[in-house]
Design a protein around this ligand. Sequence first.
Ligand code: C2E
Ligand code: MG
Ligand code: MG
Ligand code: MG
Length: 281
Amino acid sequence: AKQEGKRRIGRIGPCQEPAPFARQAHIRRRLPSAIDDSALTLHYQAVLDLATGGDAGVEALLRWHDREIGPVAPDEFIPLAEHTGEILRIGAWVLDQACAQSRSWIDAGTPRKIAINVSPVQFAAGTLPADIRAAVNRHGIPARMLEIEITEGRAIADVPSAASQLRELISMGVGVALDDYGSAYSSWAMLRALPLTTLKIDKAFIRDIDSEPHTETMVRGLIQTLNAMGVRVTAEGVERQEQLDILRDLGCNTAQGYLISPPMSPSEIRMITLNNIEDKQ
Ligand code: C2E
Ligand code: MG
Ligand code: MG
Ligand code: MG
């Protein structure tokens, strides 16, 4: 959380943002060596179980700190990495890191479920279930400690193949979440086609849930429908107590957002409970 939002500019421009083009060119040049330069890290954001008020695990989020231009947001470099194919190496690194973190939490007596974001590009090769099976075996962690988050969209080129890989993962015990539901490409077709254990409602809905009656009605219906399908629902981007209260009333299963905790480095992150949050108010 400490470095979030802070910008440090090096050679590219001593006291100002580099021009967008120069910045992009720099990012493009640096991307292939970001892993080897140890410039990538994973931060973890706590997920709160709204029924019990206890811990429901964490989501792993990539952070890139470049030695010249400072922090580079995932929204800036993930699309580029998907375009160049570098996302395959990055995705493998994220999986390995998350499994190593899971192992060390298990060893410390504080096991926590970890969700990792997976790019649609990673489905193309068809090896995701085998890769995940190998990673959990290598680190000796139970597959049920892992969840993958996928963002639907045009990029899932072969939906039947993705669906069969997801089915295999679910049968191994890995959770499968559909991320950002309600943003650009969300559809009922995807809800029917993809086997899921969790659906994550996009922050745009949560932002307006306490001010727009239609939004609350839609979220209520979504939770009822998904729970009837046996799918758990997570609310993303919870920033205010009012939103959390509504989501609990609506029977939403889990919640994530700055109100609960920002993403933090493994050394900073703490177990969160509903009591902690209410005490802070
Ligand atoms: P996402 O998976 O939907 O992650 C949630 C994003 O919302 C994160 O942004 C998180 O920092 C931010 N967030 C959390 N709580 C709040 C809140 O209360 N309010 C607001 N406004 N935002 C909140 P971040 O870390 O910048 O990541 C952006 C996106 O980049 C992620 O969206 C995900 O799609 C992608 N990404 C991140 N890490 C990875 C990765 O390891 N692999 C892949 N393929 N994509 C990743
Ligand atoms: Mg996500
Ligand atoms: Mg999301
Ligand atoms: Mg997103």
